[in-house]
Design a protein around this ligand. Structure first.
Ligand code: ZN
Length: 443
């Protein structure tokens, strides 16, 4: 687990992991897409846990270079043989229908049906996940083994779906802090029964929100549950004036698989969130990867578009498309590891603790070293390695607290964990040897 020392014990953490798995299990069956009832139902379930407001933006609304699409809702879908048996059944898995399929209901020949079928020949038991948001078409996804069984000449094909003027729906939580400066947390909510890709991020963002509500907050927090791509574009378009208040941010996605953490830096590359997360990972004792920004991936693509260039990184475990279960029916409840969910949550909490506490101080006795012993800060009987590093932390903080180095700068330069340096800061503030350099907004 994360060595933050403040994120609760292992049992508490595992309990949180199991609770997140429980939330994922509850949300799993809902047929979500980028719009529609599935998104609303998902958000209403989250409202039982967090103070989430639901917002709707009408179809046809222009959002930068895009337009909010028609709302898509699906009731049922199947491929029946002429004996009336459902050989492909939406009620068995909502992945069976290509998301945003046009409605269809008629008998057709096998030859006519085949071009509308998608399978994974290399993984013959898995159902792929496919979408057709921005072009008019329809289709079914099925296991390759199911496909091999489709040998009849004709089938009754039905997609009981509707594309209508409606709304794009998203959820938003705002938690005020002492400062109006904001931390943005963003998770996508547009995939149907897929766990790592959408539900894991939703679960960790929800539990992170619960944790944040219980914390004293320097920053304000805005947590978005939005359909991927069009949702972040819509939110940014509708909140253009507020965007400048966002100082740090994280996109959470793919945070429940067993792979090591991957943090993708913001487009800026050296933003405080990039440094905070890299620092937490470096001191975790666990394997991890930090990647440079590329303009592909999840909603960080929109937050980091050049017009906004927000300090928003992407926090995940195994990156999308680099695990075989990605966008298939194997991204299921078994693929979600409570331990991994818990660990992901605690890394996010630890990075936020760094942001919250990363203040700048001024040494009140900058001329030569202060005498720590007479203030009870220097152990009379030293010699243990732990004591030594504690004293070194005090010396580093005193030396670098010249008004130009924040706590994270000191931790990086001293190669100590943030929490160890922060402990030294608190001891020195307590002894009257350090004073915080107040920022203009007095936070
Ligand atoms: Zn996806």
């Amino acid at each position: 687990m994360v060595n933050s020392g403040k994120s609760g014990d292992r049992n508490e953490s595992l309990k949180a992991g199991q609770a997140m798995h429980g939330l994922i299990t509850e949300l799993f069956p809902i047929p979500r897409s980028i719009t529609g009832q599935g998104v609303r139902e998902t958000l209403r379930i989250l409202q039982k846990r967090i103070p989430l407001s639901i917002h709707e933006v009408p179809s046809g609304t222009k959002v930068f270079d895009w337009v909010v699409p028609l709302e898509w809702n699906i009731r049922d879908a199947y491929i029946k043989n002429l004996r009336g048996e459902r050989v492909v059944d939406f009620r068995q898995s909502n992945l069976h229908v290509v998301s945003y399929s046009q409605p269809v209901r008629r008998r057709m020949s096998r030859a006519e049906l085949l071009p509308h079928l998608h399978t994974l020949p290399d993984r013959p038991d898995w159902i792929p996940y496919r979408t057709s948001y921005y072009k008019e078409s329809w289709g079914f996804c099925l296991s390759h083994n199911q496909w091999l069984g489709l040998t009849d000449e004709e089938y009754d094909v039905c997609i009981d779906a509707a594309l209508t003027e409606g709304q794009l729906t998203y959820g938003e939580v705002f938690l005020p802090g002492r400062s109006q400066e904001e931390v943005l947390i963003s998770a996508h909510i547009c995939h149907p029964s897929l766990c790592n890709d959408n539900l894991s991020g939703i679960a960790v963002a929800t539990f992170l929100t619960e944790w944040l509500r219980a914390q004293p907050r320097r920053y304000s927090y805005r947590i978005l549950f939005i359909p991927g791509t069009i949702g972040s574009i819509t939110w940014l378009s509708e909140h253009r004036e507020q965007v400048s208040g966002i100082k740090h941010g994280l996109v959470l996605t793919g945070v429940g698989d067993a792979g090591p953490i991957t943090y993708k830096k913001s487009r800026r590359g050296d933003a405080e969130i990039d440094r905070a997360m890299a620092h937490v990972l470096k001191h975790s004792g666990q394997p991890y990867k930090v990647l440079d920004f590329i303009p592909y991936g999840y909603d960080e693509r929109q937050y980091c578009s050049p017009g906004f260039n927000l300090a928003v990184g992407c926090f995940s475990r195994t990156p999308h498309s680099q695990y075989p279960e990605y966008h298939t029916s194997a991204d299921n409840l078994d693929f979600m590891k409570p331990q991994a969910l818990a660990e992901s949550l605690s890394y996010c909490e630890a990075a936020i603790e760094v942001l919250e506490q990363n203040k700048t101080y001024l040494n009140q006795n900058p001329f030569c070293e202060v005498q720590l012993g007479k203030r009870g800060l220097y152990r009379a009987i030293g010699g243990q390695a732990g004591e030594k590093s504690r004293e070194m932390a005090l010396l580093w903080v005193l030396n670098l607290s010249d008004g130009h180095h924040a706590v994270l700068d000191i931790a990086e330069r001293a190669e100590f964990s943030f929490s160890r340096i922060q402990e030294a800061v608190e001891a020195l503030v307590g002894a009257g040897l350090l004073q915080e350099v107040r920022r203009p907004d007095n936070t």
